[in-house]
Design a protein around this ligand. Sequence first.
Ligand SMILES: [Zn+2]
Length: 256
Amino acid sequence: MIDIPTPLLDALRHAQHIAVLTGAGISAESGVPTFRDAQTGLWSKFNPQELATREAFARNPKLVWEWYAFRREFIARAEPNAGHYALTELEKRAEKFTLVTQNIDGLHERVRQNVETLRSSVSPIIELHGNIFRTKCFREDTRVSDWLATDEIPPRCPRCGSYMRPDVVWFGEALPRRALDESFRAAESCDVFFSIGTSGVVEPAASLPFIALRNGAVVIEVNPEETPLSASATFCLRGVAGIVMPQILERTAEGN
Ligand SMILES: [Zn+2]
């Protein structure tokens, strides 16, 4: 059992708005390989930093599309873990809940689909880096969910005929404006902020817990390792989300 301080539980019980930021750690628990770990077999000779860019796609769209198809297959086999489920439970109990993720694997969304009884007014998950299972037009930058299947790789946008690309943020690209604005707003207005499985070094996500702190929120870090946030966070729980989050949930319920 992890020691969960009583003031942390009190803060959670009284919170009006809980905001959560998740990073690669929670996905790793589900067996989603990191960017670099995915470079196996055929793909091991490629540097991901040279595949996940606009320039790489412009140079060789087929290669980049196929690399994403390969990674999608890996990710599709991963299952959400106890940490993902605990967050959905926490969401059910919270008055207001904002979930921001740096992960592109859609695992949070899959839990929501598995759990029926969420309130009708759930706020959408904010995906800062996009979602590998979505596709958008390379030229128009708009999401495309249906297209005519042909043999061509990548497939073409049904509106403009340009190639389509995965709806993820590549190196050198800006994060989606709206997602970013919404996450900053959540960090400013929440009373409890969780930073879960994130290294705390990738900006602008790394700033979110500090914004929450400045605005008086209780900031809880859940991570097996120390991060640049650890020294400032109100509470640090050393462990993986799949272990720590269910325990927090259980202990919070006890007091009710
Ligand atoms: Zn288009």
